[in-house]
Design a protein around this ligand. Structure first.
Ligand code: 3PY
Ligand code: MG
Length: 247
């Protein structure tokens, strides 16, 4: 498969990925071996910034795993730098309005559709040197994770250059006046998920959710199944099992 493999995956079936919060190539390698469709490198809540991405993204070179980066904020420099380092998909947090969505989309593409700046960085080895082809292959996912974003979701999903909406259920719950928590979510959050999926379907873009494959049946096509921290935390249940076996 050439170009951005994840685009081909989410067009045919739900894409399943893992979060990376721990900035260690050995950890990324384990996730690559896990066989996920994508790894979501989290520069917002992970222990690294966009300047630390390159050695981590390099581990995905020539694998079937698409590198996705959540940038820390909706920022021209952060989006450009993540793409320069080799991100094929950028996830932009806290998109609340059409203007926010337009800013994220413009930073993701070169002229004439955007304002991204060109350089012979690692990205030219990943998606090529032709700006038109790169514009077609990269993807920009806007995060809808606030009550305001939810109210404007149809406009956000319909913004030129927005390829999908990624729902952040924790921030969304908080801004709806509810505590954040694991799935199944509060009724209002579950309803919001269906509202975002409907807006995405009508705009022809990909709906995604920071939750596992249970949600694929609800129309979600970009799902994070687990992450490095969660996998390590399983050590606790292993210990509990071992203690229980000892009686
Ligand atoms: C959220 O749930 O708010 C997220 O951003 C997912 O990490
Ligand atoms: Mg969030």
């Amino acid at each position: 498969m050439t170009g951005n493999r994840l685009r081909r995956v989410w067009d045919t079936r739900p894409a399943l990925g893992a979060w990376c919060w721990i900035p260690a190539p050995a950890v990324v390698e384990q996730l690559v071996w896990g066989g996920f469709d994508f790894i979501l490198f989290d520069c917002q809540h992970g222990e690294f910034g966009v300047g630390d991405l390159e050695p981590l993204l390099r581990v995905t070179t020539n694998t079937e795993v698409t590198p996705v980066v959540r940038v820390p904020t909706n920022d021209y420099y952060a989006i450009g730098h993540a793409l320069d380092a080799g991100a094929e998909v950028v996830v932009v947090p806290m998109v609340e309005t059409k203007a926010d969505a337009e800013r994220a989309a413009a930073a993701t593409r070169f002229f004439p559709t955007g304002t991204r700046s060109y350089a012979g960085t690692r990205s030219t080895r990943v998606l090529g040197t032709d700006p038109e082809q790169v514009n077609r292959e990269v993807a920009c996912l806007a995060m809808v994770e606030t009550a305001t974003g939810l109210a404007n979701v149809a406009e956000i999903a319909g913004t030129e250059g927005i390829d999908g909406i990624f729902i952040g259920p924790a921030d969304l719950a908080i801004t709806l006046g509810l505590p954040p928590g694991p799935p199944p979510y509060a009724t209002e959050v579950e309803r919001a998920i269906d509202q975002v999926v409907a807006a995405c379907v009508s705009a022809g873009v990909v709906p995604g959710l920071a939750a596992g494959s249970d949600y694929a049946a609800r129309g979600l096509r970009f799902l994070t199944v687990t992450g490095d921290r969660a996998l390590l935390q399983r050590g606790r249940s292993e210990l509990e099992k071992a203690r229980a076996a000892l009686g």
